[in-house]
Ligand binder design. Sequence first.
Ligand code: NAG
Ligand code: NAG
Ligand code: NAG
Ligand code: CA
Length: 587
Amino acid sequence: MSGSQCSISWCRVETRGKMPPALRIWALLCVSLCSLCQPALLKKAFRCPSTCSCSKESIICVGSSNIPRIAPNEITSLSIVNGTFSEVREAMFAHMPTLQLLLLNSNSLTTVRDDTFSGLPHLEYLFIESNKLETTSKFAFRGLRDLTHLYIPQLIKNLLCFCIFFLNMLHVHSLAMFFRSLANNNIKFLPRDVFIDLDSLIELDLRGNAFECDCRAKWLMMWLKSTNATVSDVMCAGPDDMKGKRLNDMNSLHNECISTDFVLHQSVASESLSVDTFSFKNDVYVTIAAPSSDTCMVLQWDHIEMNFRTYDNITGQSIVGCKSVIIQEEVYVIVAQLFGGSHIYKFDDDQSRFNKFQDIEVSKISKPNDIEAFQIGTDWFFVIADSSKAGLSTLYKWNDNGFYSYQSLHEWFRDTDAEFLNLDGKAHLILASRSQVPVIYQWSRSNQKFILQGDIPNMEDVVAVTHFRIKEELYLSMTRYIGDSKVLKWGPKQFSEIQAVPSRGSMILQPFTFKDRHYLALGSDYTFSQIYLWDDEKKIFDRFKEVYIQAPRSFTVVSTDRRDFIFSSSFKGNTQIFEHIIIDLTL
Ligand SMILES: *[C@@H]1O[C@H](CO)[C@@H](O)[C@H](O)[C@H]1NC(C)=O
Ligand SMILES: *[C@@H]1O[C@H](CO)[C@@H](O)[C@H](O)[C@H]1NC(C)=O
Ligand SMILES: *[C@@H]1O[C@H](CO)[C@@H](O)[C@H](O)[C@H]1NC(C)=O
Ligand SMILES: [Ca+2]
C-alpha cells in the first residue's frame, strides 16, 4: 500500500501546458484532492493491488494488466492508466456501483464492448483518452443516462497526471458537468446512435480523432444538427473529398448512402414462359404460364409465411400466356395455348379456383406468342400476337358476355410482341415482328379501329417491345436476340435511339421501377442476365448486377406487403423470384 501517487508537481506540469479551461479545473482540484488521500481509512477486506495506489474512495493503477476485482465499498473513483489490456467488457465495473469517476486513459484499449459501463448508476465522469480505440460498440455507453457533458478534449498524449477527485467536493450536481472523453484516439467512426441515451448531454468534444465522413458518419451528421449539446468540431480525415472539412457544417453527404440488390427469395420448381400478376381483395396473385407442365400455375402471396404459395392450377395444353384482366370486379385469366385453342377462365373466390368461362375464337391464330390486355376509354380489349407465318394477330373486345374477335391486325409478318401505350394522349399499339420493323397503330375514335400509322425504322428482328416512363419522358425498350437491344426515347413525333445494350441470346429486355429506381433487365440465353440501373445524370442505364437464369423469357414485377419482387421465368430451369432489397450503407 503505497498511498496516492498523485503529486502536486505532476499537476503543475499539466497546468502549464495548453489545456482547455475544463482541464484546468481538474488540475486545480487535483491539488486539493491529493492532500486528502488517506490510505489508512481503507477497509480491511480490501487489499490494494500491487500496481495501484488506493484510498478509501479511490484507486489509481498504473501499468496494470487487469481491472481490480475487489474494491472498497465506498469507492467513487477509479483510474487505470498505461495498462496493458486491450478491451473492456460487459459490466466490468459493476462491482463498484458507487463509482462517480472512471478514467481509463493511455491504456492499450482497442475495443469498448457493449454494456461495459452498466451497473454504474452514479457515474458522472468517464475518460477514455489516448487509447488505440478504432471504434466502440453500439451499446458501449448504455445505461449512462445521467451524463450531461461529453467532453473529448485534445489532451497531450500519454498524459501522466492522473488525479483522483472526490466528486462530492466538486458539487458536481450543481455544476451539472459531466465529461466523457474519447480524445486522442484513432476513432474513425462511431457506431450509430451511440449517444442516443444521453438525454442530458450538454457538451461533447470529439476533437483529435480522424473521422471517416462517409455514409457511416451520416447519423452523426444528422445528430449534430439535432442535438442540444455543444459539440466540438468534428473534423473529417476522409474520404478524399471530405478531408479537412467539418462534419458539423454539412447538411448532406455526397452519396445518398443507399444501395439496392436483388436476392433470390424463392424458386418455383417449374419452367415457364411468362408471368402475370393481379391483386384482388387485398391479396396478390401470380399466374405463371408453364408449357412443359401444361398448366397456368396460380400462386398467392402468403402474408404470414411471407412467400408465394400454390393456389390453383389451370390445366391446358402448351400454355404460353396467362393474362389476367379485372372487369367489373371479376377476375378473368386469358389462357393462350399453342394447341387446343385459347380460353378464358373466371376466378371463383369462394371456391378458391378458376373455372372455364369461354373459348376464344382462334380460327385465324396459329401460334400465339403474346397477350396484351388494355382499356380504351371504358372498353376492354386484348390482343394476341401471332408468330406463325400463316397467322394473324387479332384484337378482341369485351361485350359484357365475353371477349369476341374485333379486328384482324397484322397479316403474314410473324408478330412476336404487342405493346399498348398512350402516345401524346392517344391510344397506340406497337407490334414487333420477325420479318419487318415494328409497326405502330393508332386508335381511331371515329372508326373505332386501329389504323396503321407508321413504323420504327432500322429496328429489324425485334422480339419484344415494352414502353416505360422516367420523369414524364416516354421510352421504349426493344429486345433483339443477338447484336444490340435498344432503348429509344420519344422525341418530337418519333422515337430515337439513346442506348444500345449487347444482347447475347436475349428474348427480353424488361424495364421496371422499384422505389424510384429505374432498372432494365436483359435476359440472356448464353451468359448471365444483366440488370441495368438508370443514371439520372447521364440519362442512360449503367450495368448494375448480373444474375444467372437459364433461358430467361420474362421479368415480371410483383409487389406486396411493401416488398418488391421480380419473377424471372425460365424456359429451361426453375422460375426464380428475386426480391429487391435496400441496403443502408450508413451504420
Ligand atoms: C507505460 O508502460 C510502458 C511499458 O508498458 C513503460 O515503458 C512506460 O514507462 C510506462 N509509462 C509510465 C508513465 O509509467
Ligand atoms: C432540445 O431542447 C428543446 C427545448 O428545451 C427540447 O424541446 C428538445 O426536445 C431538445 N432536443 C433534444 C434532442 O433533446
Ligand atoms: C399445382 O401443380 C403443382 C405441380 O405441377 C403442385 O405442386 C401444386 O400442389 C398444385 N397446386 C394446386 C393448388 O393444386
Ligand atoms: Ca407484350
